[in-house]
Design a protein around this ligand. Sequence first.
Ligand SMILES: Cc1cc2nc3c(=O)[nH]c(=O)nc-3n(C[C@H](O)[C@H](O)[C@H](O)COP(=O)(O)OP(=O)(O)OC[C@H]3O[C@@H](n4cnc5c(N)ncnc54)[C@H](O)[C@@H]3O)c2cc1C
Ligand SMILES: NC(=O)c1ccc[n+]([C@@H]2O[C@H](COP(=O)([O-])OP(=O)(O)OC[C@H]3O[C@@H](n4cnc5c(N)ncnc54)[C@H](O)[C@@H]3O)[C@@H](O)[C@H]2O)c1
Length: 452
Amino acid sequence: MTEYDAIVIGAGQAGPGVAAALAGDGQRTLLVEMEQVGGTCLNHGCRPTKALRASAVIAHQARRASEYGVHTGEVTVDFPAAIQRVHTMIDGMRQGLRDWLDGVDGLDLVSGTATLVGDPAGRAHQVTVGGQTHSTGKVYLDVGGRAAVPGIDGLDAVDHLTEVELLQLTELPRHLVVVGGGYIGLEFGQMFRRFGAEVTILAGSGIAGREDPDVVDALTEVLTGEGVSIRNTRPQRVSRTDDGLRVELSDGSEPVVGSHLLVATGRHSNLDLLGADHGLETDERGFVTIGPRFETSLPGVWALGDVNGHGAFTHTAYQDSQILLSPPRTVTDRVTTYAMFTDPPLGRVGMGLTEARASGRRVLKAEVPMSSVSRAQLEGETAGLMRVLVDGDTEEILGATILGLQADDVVQIIGLAIQAGIGYPTVRDALPIHPTVAEFLPSILGSLTPLD
Ligand SMILES: Cc1cc2nc3c(=O)[nH]c(=O)nc-3n(C[C@H](O)[C@H](O)[C@H](O)COP(=O)(O)OP(=O)(O)OC[C@H]3O[C@@H](n4cnc5c(N)ncnc54)[C@H](O)[C@@H]3O)c2cc1C
Ligand SMILES: NC(=O)c1ccc[n+]([C@@H]2O[C@H](COP(=O)([O-])OP(=O)(O)OC[C@H]3O[C@@H](n4cnc5c(N)ncnc54)[C@H](O)[C@@H]3O)[C@@H](O)[C@H]2O)c1
């Protein structure tokens, strides 16, 4: 049995930084990765999807070019070339990460699926990889998650895709049927429609389920306006046809006949892959229960990233590693800002309307449709809205919802203000640059109205 000072399981968004820091600190460290370094984000999540999105945005803009007095001729999409561009870029990034990890002194990187037998006393946790068992007093988990595939009658008998297989396609699907109208379903659905595929999203009880109804309406208008079909129903039964598949629906409406089926109905933690004897306490959703500095129920085991349920994004997982490495910071007071990368994107932080109404506070609202934002008018990108909610008594900023041009960046101004504890008058009185989307944050905060 080999002894390590520390073992990091999972080379996703938090693991590599933690492993390198521990090794740099003179601790003999093992980093275990069962697939490829870079985890979900680099290999089949944020990075490849946003690289592919770039092609979809260009195709869309090229089709609209004549609106701007630019003539391109017929626009066609070479999907194999677009996906090859993604793979080339991702391969380079992965190699860069791999090379960096290989160069860290005192760090052993091994390939394989780790199982963990936790020591309740916290002295000798046992990690087994490829038949070899290692012992350590410190384990850092960064094991993330994978697509949760729902039990749909007939699904096992048809070829269905998660984001992993979808990104390996080399031909454009004729008709992509997407189960789930969340982040993955909407981002991919819009992209593939822009590439020229027919797209049907089976959105269950509705797209973007956690967002306010007017945001859902605006997003629906954008997507259906581009020809994406959205149906608020669930698949009941799936079967093969001669050239694809047929999906019968739970509301008994007309079945969908498509060529490919993407399942995007949420994530499942990878904790099960650690075996049955890890001994970690989990919550009702299957995430590892943690304290303010990622400490688990087992002394000497910490859980970072998606697996701890305190975030479901790359930036939250990466920030976990930064917090861990800079005590006494804690994860408790994190303000989570996030974006859905539809085009236009949706930027979010804090409360939406529903939560604000339920908060019992005297909430004031600042709002403007993107069609009134001069930069959006100038760029011909007027879909969406900007909304900021504040507490009328304490002057705290409670949240922001921005759907529209550059919303993924602009919303971070509000995220930062909330994190810094800046009241809304300071943002209202700041000097903005004209003409930018962000200039409307100060101006709308000058005309607050009570939330109805
Ligand atoms: C299609 C898609 C698009 C996304 N887009 C975005 C986006 O635009 N922005 C954003 O912020 N987030 C996005 N996300 C979410 C983001 O990818 C995750 O939140 C992030 O990767 C979580 O990081 P992590 O380190 O917790 O886990 P992961 O990145 O999943 O890394 C976990 C690693 O652990 C390894 N592992 C697991 N179990 C074991 C074991 N027993 N032994 C050895 N290794 C193991 C896995 O192979 C993996 O490499 C997207 C996700 C998907 C699926
Ligand atoms: N831009 C980003 O940051 C980004 C992009 C992609 C993914 N992600 C991360 O990945 C996670 C997973 O994304 P996702 O889209 O799979 O999950 P999600 O939770 O965002 O959405 C899944 C949707 O599927 C619905 N659903 C569940 N079962 C269904 C069924 N049988 N039929 C129809 N609909 C069903 C759910 O009600 C939900 O609305 C996200 O929560 C997010 O954390 C982030």
